[in-house]
Design a protein around this ligand. Structure first.
Ligand SMILES: Nc1nc2c(ncn2[C@@H]2O[C@H](COP(=O)(O)OP(=O)(O)OP(=O)(O)O)[C@@H](O)[C@H]2O)c(=O)[nH]1
Length: 376
């Protein structure tokens, strides 16, 4: 298991999970760097630091400002770039503790330098406790970020307070608080992980149902719903002057006989075999292949009708010339085909093209089947 807990799951979900951790970490911490600058302005003003030690006082302010800007500037990479997100987390692991480290040095200075009064030390300790609390409650997207940040902030003053004989009561109280911080860190990190797991599970379910709602369960091709949506999309795009496209509709001839002669299961296997033949002729990366229902298939292809018709004709010929394996039985099937390229003026929209191709297919059937007709 990697530090971000992303070892399991589908790669896309794993990448999403990692990018969510990155996004959450950035969102939670992008402005928090400036809190140290604000804290130092308040505590430094209380401490009269600009008079006691002007150069270190200003230097600390500049350091906190620079570290705040640095955090803000580290914008997360694109979500889909898993390697870049992993790199970002690694880099951020170095950047995030820098401000706490600088604050810890400042805190040690305020506690050890006799020129600073007791109220100033108390004020700085209150700020330190606050920053450590923020770390364990907010930056728990990655547990070691929270642990390192809170540890760097809290442990040095705790040790210094224990070493001061006059501060034993405060040292005991801070020790109890340190124990609370450890418990809070474990709890908030577990809560974050649970929420993240739930988000991932919900996305997984959503992707699954979305896939099912767009896919024909028998052949794995697109279903009619997806086909219609894509047809409308292509027609709208072509209507706006976009690239042209062609619709091919393929209907198995006398498919009822396949069922009647060999059984429904053989009929199902035949449809699956036909879908595979379609995928071989019309590669899915340049077309949308759909089962429109029953024994009817639709193909949407970018480009003109002539090349689509040539591919469909090659398929028709190869089916007519041979036979296909339908789950153990070898069956000869022929197909009738209708083809038309989309013409925005003649067809108007996707439905208009569908009707034209359906008519051409009907003509091919009427003319004796096993043939291709191009819509006039
Ligand atoms: N095995 C199987 N058969 C199906 C499925 N869907 C539809 N059918 C069958 O497909 C047949 C379609 O019959 P028809 O519409 O009369 O068409 P046809 O027999 O192919 O004849 P033509 O289209 O006129 O050449 C029917 O017998 C349906 O039961 C399916 O998912 N699996």
């Amino acid at each position: 298991m990697s530090p971000d807990g992303t070892a399991r799951g589908h790669p896309a979900l794993r990448a999403w999970r990692l990018s969510q951790i990155v996004a959450d970490t950035y969102e939670r911490s992008k402005l928090a760097g400036f809190l140290y600058l604000f804290g130092w302005v308040v505590v430094g003003w209380l401490a009269d630091a600009h008079r006691i030690a002007p150069v270190p006082a200003v230097a600390m302010a500049v350091v906190f400002l620079a570290l705040g800007v640095m955090r803000l500037a580290m914008r997360p990479p694109p979500r889909e770039d898993e390697a870049a997100n992993r790199r970002w987390l690694r880099n951020y692991a170095w950047v995030l503790p820098l401000a706490p480290l600088a604050w810890a040095g400042l805190q040690a200075w305020l506690l050890l330098d006799a020129r600073f009064s007791q109220p100033v030390r108390m004020a700085s300790l209150v700020a330190t406790i606050g920053y450590a609390t923020v770390f364990v409650n907010v930056y728990t997207t990655v547990r070691h970020f929270a642990a390192v940040g809170a540890g760097v902030l809290f442990l040095p003053p705790l040790v210094l307070v224990w070493l001061d004989p006059g501060q034993q009561a405060l040292a005991v109280a801070m020790t109890f608080y340190a124990v609370y911080l450890v418990g809070a860190l474990v709890r908030t990190h577990a809560e974050y992980r649970r929420r993240l797991d739930l988000d991932v599970a919900l996305r997984e379910q959503r992707d699954l149902y979305e896939g099912l709602s767009r896919t024909d369960p028998l052949t794995g091709l697109a279903n009619r719903r997806q086909f219609t949506a894509r047809l409308d999309e292509l027609a709208a795009r072509a209507g706006r002057g976009g690239p042209g496209f062609t619709l091919v509709m393929i209907d198995v001839d006398h498919f009822k006989r396949v069922n009647d002669d060999h059984g429904h299961l053989a009929g199902d296997a035949c449809l699956v075999g036909l879908a595979q033949r379609l995928q071989a002729v019309f590669p899915p990366d340049c077309s949308l292949l759909a089962r429109l229902g029953g024994e009817e298939f639709g193909v949407l292809l970018e480009g003109d009708a002539a090349s689509a018709a040539a591919s469909a004709e090659a398929l028709r010929r190869s089916l007519a010339a041979g036979a296909i394996d339908c789950g153990g039985v070898v069956v000869r099937v022929t197909v009738s085909v209708g083809v038309a390229g989309f013409d925005p003026v003649r067809h108007g929209d996707g439905e208009g093209l569908y009707r034209a191709v359906d008519r051409a297919l009907y003509e091919a059937k009427g003319a004796g089947r096993d043939r291709l007709a191009i819509a006039s």
